[in-house]
Design a binder for this molecule. Structure first.
Ligand SMILES: *Cc1c(COP(=O)(O)O)cnc(C)c1O
Length: 476
């Protein structure tokens, strides 16, 4: 029956070229050179199978059987499969430390160091002075102590791991006293009560959601208490009729009973951000100086480094933590250490920090750079979006992100795109948002109040030409 159909410009199953013939065809050469025989054979088999099915179902236009057509489909499928899933994007969301977009961007010094560690053997656990075995923490603990005033330090995979490890090492099967106002959930799956349970510690909640007093902590201390713990509220704020007990007072209460006071600082900045015109956030050094025995914080939030969880504090507690078997399970790899060390080094020269540390450079990027950039790019985006949309350069506000200072906003500038036609704009804005997201380097903005907002704070001048180039032609 298929043979009868072939007369009408349609091919039959018997017309489908053989795998061997295709593999020898000139048209398949580039695919073979790029992807190798194994993948090309598999892709050809899939393509021929699909052709066979369609031929039996009613026929395939003859031109689809040409070696050139088969080669084009095969190459396209293999190129698509080979395209990295993890891709660079433009973060124009206005959230500088965007957890879904990979948080902190690393400075060139860190990139060079990672490249060296990737391509060359390194003294990860090798003591170059003695020729004996070393400890990977030795690579950064001096620097961390210098920058925080702590006696000792260690590092694990992320701050969630740091909290888990700290609780398990210091409070297994014992009580940990935390204010109800600090029992936070931070993004998806990090909830203080859950981590506590997994760590084997028993949570003792004190105070109320909005008010906790020193006496609340004091009354909760008993023979099973392992520590008093404070948690940075990160992505939410309690305002109005509120009261919390600060680190110094919690530490004094703990110390009076011979207990440690620990603080999960979350973002954990190493410098006073107000000197850069940013909102006040307690530094790790201030928290240690206030009496905290142990502080945990993230490497890839305000610190501006790689994903990591840093623990700093009393030497005896850090020693205990390092002996815990979970430490081995949660330890960092050499790439993390290679990235972290140069980032910490930058903090030794605070004069240059706002220029050299990418995160801080973005957070402090001046309006005099962002506003003219918005005006330069307005026409570019208007042309790319087409006549259906109105593009304006407008002031807007960026956020720091990653739980740091959730309600503080940074004055910024960017582009607001509105639908220019009549009717409901939603579908049209969604369409434009999708087109921008499908560019070779996806552009990620946000839709709110019937407009698509592109905050240009994180588009540094050196990236502007490439950004504009992919918008040179109308989208669609
Ligand atoms: C972000 C945050 C965490 C989790 O840190 P990760 O590095 O993302 O694991 C834990 N506690 C607080 C207070 C945080 O802000």
């Amino acid at each position: 029956m298929a043979d009868q159909l072939s007369g009408a410009g349609l091919a039959a199953a018997s017309d489908i070229p053989s795998l061997d013939r295709l593999l020898n065809a000139e048209a398949l050469r580039p695919a073979l050179a790029t992807h190798g025989r194994t993948q090309v054979v598999a892709a050809l088999r899939r393509d021929l199978e699909a052709l066979r099915k369609r031929a039996l179902d009613g026929g395939v236009p003859r031109h689809e059987l040409d070696a050139a057509a088969v080669a084009a489909r095969t190459s396209a499928a293999l190129d698509e499969a080979a395209r990295p899933r993890l891709r660079a994007v433009y973060n124009l969301t206005g959230t500088v430390l965007h957890t879904n977009l990979g948080r902190a961007l690393l400075p060139d010094e860190a990139v060079a160091s990672v490249l060296r560690a990737l391509t060359s053997p390194a003294n990860l656990e090798f003591d170059l002075d003695t020729g004996g075995r070393g400890d990977r923490d030795d690579l950064i603990d001096d620097l961390l102590c210098e920058l925080t005033g702590a006696e000792a330090a260690t590092v694990v995979n992320n701050n969630a791991a740091a909290v888990l490890l700290m609780l398990n090492a210091l409070a297994d099967r014992r009580d940990v006293v935390v204010s109800r106002g600090e029992l936070v959930e931070i993004g998806g799956a990090f909830r203080i009560p859950d981590i506590m349970k997994r760590a084997g510690a028993k949570l003792v909640e004190v105070g109320t959601t909005n008010r906790t007093h020193a006496a609340d902590y004091e009354n909760a201390i008993g023979p099973r208490t392992a520590m008093l713990m404070k948690v940075h509220c990160s992505n939410y704020a309690v305002t109005g009729f509120t009261k919390s007990v600060d680190v110094a007072d919690v530490a004094a209460l703990a110390h009076a009973r011979g207990l440690p006071a620990t603080v999960d600082l979350g973002s954990g900045t190493l410098v006073d951000l107000t000197q850069f015109g940013l909102p006040k956030e307690d530094t790790v050094r201030e928290t240690i100086a206030a009496g905290a025995d142990l502080v945990t914080f993230s490497g890839d939030k305000l610190l501006g480094g790689p994903q990591a969880g840093l623990l700093v504090g009393r030497a005896d507690l850090i020693r205990k933590i390092k002996k815990n078997p979970l430490k081995r399970a949660l330890r960092v790899g050499k790439l993390t250490l290679a990235a972290l060390e140069p980032v910490l080094q930058l903090y030794r020269a605070p004069e240059f920090l706002a220029q050299r540390l990418t995160t801080l450079r973005l957070l402090t990027r001046p309006m005099r750079d962002i506003q003219p950039q918005a005006e330069r790019l307005r026409g570019v985006l208007a042309h790319a979006a087409g006549p259906g949309y109105a593009v304006e350069a407008v002031p807007m506000f960026s956020q720091i992100g990653s739980g740091a200072l959730p309600i503080d906003q940074l004055p910024s500038y960017g582009l607001a795109v509105r639908y220019a036609g009549s009717g409901r704009p939603g579908r049209h804005l969604d369409r434009l948002e999708t087109q921008l997201r499908r560019l070779p380097v996806p552009v990620i903005g946000r839709i709110a109040d019937d407009a698509l907002w592109l905050d240009l704070r994180c588009l540094e001048d050196r990236d502007e030409a490439a950004f504009a180039a992919q918008l040179a032609e109308p989208l669609a």
